[in-house]
Design a protein. Sequence first.
Length: 255
Amino acid sequence: MLISYNSEKYIKEAIESVLKQTYKNFELIVVDGGSTDKTLEIVKGLKSRENRLKLIINTPDYGVGHARYVGMKNCCGSYLAFIDSDDVWEPLKLEKQMCFLIVHKHKAVATLSTIINKNGLETGIYPTKEKVYNLKNYLWARGIVTSSLLFSIEELDMGLFTPLIGQKNAEDLYLIFVLMRTFSDIFILPEVLTSYRDHAESNSKKKLKHYFAVFKISWKFHPGFLGLCKIVMGGIFYFLISKRYGTKNNFGKNK
């Protein structure tokens, strides 16, 4: 699934990276929030040549969280993967992930990700510290790029995703916490199969809103005084470090 809104600059590359997958048995759902640039023209042009591409125009636009919820309600497969409109998949991504899930009988897997800039040049590897992530270690060792995820949806309670309708910040974190609550673990396939596009650093006001959303989501999944202290101190620490040194915000993708 791909969520778009005024994404004309990168969306063609993102969609084509999905259509070039060696694993062919999939449908790509594009949920657009009523783009006013050439995004819809690009998507419709690709759709006219590719019957695996489905377009949903979701207006009025209530943000990424709501768009994902709408897209998930329209999924008909057993597995789901997200790709942001400016990210890129390697051709073997889905094939290797599907093989991993089937062979190991797991429910959710992510990949390592390279970081690229606005020009598509590699600037580093997204920091992924653990081989397996769960609710106990994720707050201290964030490292999952949403565009690298593949997970089973057959056992997911869609009711858990209804809060995404009003979620304006940290929707990636909410998604990951729901997956961890459902499956316990998200495994990391130790191969770089996703490219995550890193844009200019967000301003301080936007970061504070993001951290507040992280706090609310974390409290939902981590009730208790000790968990609260960890969340608050962790948020303050990362905000101060990022403000002082320009460190990348790893609480989740927040564009």
